[in-house]
Design a protein around this ligand. Structure first.
Ligand SMILES: [Zn+2]
Length: 62
């Protein structure tokens, strides 16, 4: 399995070279804390992180 990278801008996790969410190429290998957001409207974590779409995100991006 390829190492996932976390977008520095929106924290989306991806194995691509470009963030599929915001199109940023600023991706980091140094991230921690996997968060899976299924229901952004009801998720306190999503609110805290400013996430509005469902998906998999890093809690911290280094
Ligand atoms: Zn992004």
């Amino acid at each position: 399995m390829a190492k996932e990278l976390a977008c520095r801008k929106c924290k989306t996790l991806t194995t691509e070279k470009v963030c599929p969410n915001c199109g940023s190429t600023e991706l980091s290998e140094e991230w921690s804390g996997l968060v899976i957001i299924i229901n952004p409207e009801k998720s306190q974590v999503a609110r805290t992180l400013g996430i509005t779409k469902q998906g998999r995100y890093a809690l911290k991006v280094g």
